[in-house]
Design a protein around this ligand. Structure first.
Ligand code: ZN
Length: 50
């Protein structure tokens, strides 16, 4: 079975990266402002733009 290769810029991948971070990052889990989360969210928004 061959899985479809997803480009790193796909909205799905960017969203997943962001979610993965927020669930693993102590700062994000505490509800504090995390620059990494902000950056990842920005990247995700960019990929969503059509
Ligand atoms: Zn974070």
């Amino acid at each position: 079975m061959t899985a479809p290769a997803k480009p790193a810029t796909a909205p799905d991948a960017a969203y997943r990266t962001w979610i993965d971070h927020t669930t693993a990052c102590a700062t994000c889990r505490a509800g504090a402002l995390c620059l990494t989360a902000v950056r990842l969210g920005r990247v995700w928004r960019k990929t969503r733009r059509r």
